[in-house]
Unconditional design. Structure first.
Length: 107
């Protein structure tokens, strides 16, 4: 299994961006309940990255992931777009699990 990052690196209310290659990255979000969700860093509208800078991935209040290219907003827990040109579409989930205090791809 591919290790993405140490689990303790994930903080509720912040997004962590893990680059897997020059063209692919994964967004990790620690939810308020302690769970972790992961999304492919690609807007369903045009396939562009939501952003390349983790500091700009969340809205100011930390409630939504944001595509800085089109200002689309996605629920962090579900990946559903609630605002923008792809409203109703969903980010592509990435299956992860925490094993030995490491966030890993669940393959």
């Amino acid at each position: 299994m591919t290790v993405l990052c140490p689990a303790d690196q994930l903080v509720a209310g912040r997004a962590t961006l893990v680059r897997r290659s020059q063209t692919e990255s994964v967004i990790l979000v620690r939810l308020a309940d302690g769970g972790v969700v992961a999304w492919r860093n690609a807007c369903p509208h045009m396939g562009i990255e939501l952003d390349w800078d983790a500091a700009r991935l969340l809205t100011r209040d930390g409630r939504f992931l944001r595509c800085t290219g089109h200002d689309a907003w996605f629920q962090a827990a579900t990946g559903v777009c609630v605002r923008g040109p792809c409203r109703g579409e969903v980010l592509t989930p990435v299956a992860v699990q925490i094993v030995d205090d490491q966030v890993r791809l669940a393959v």
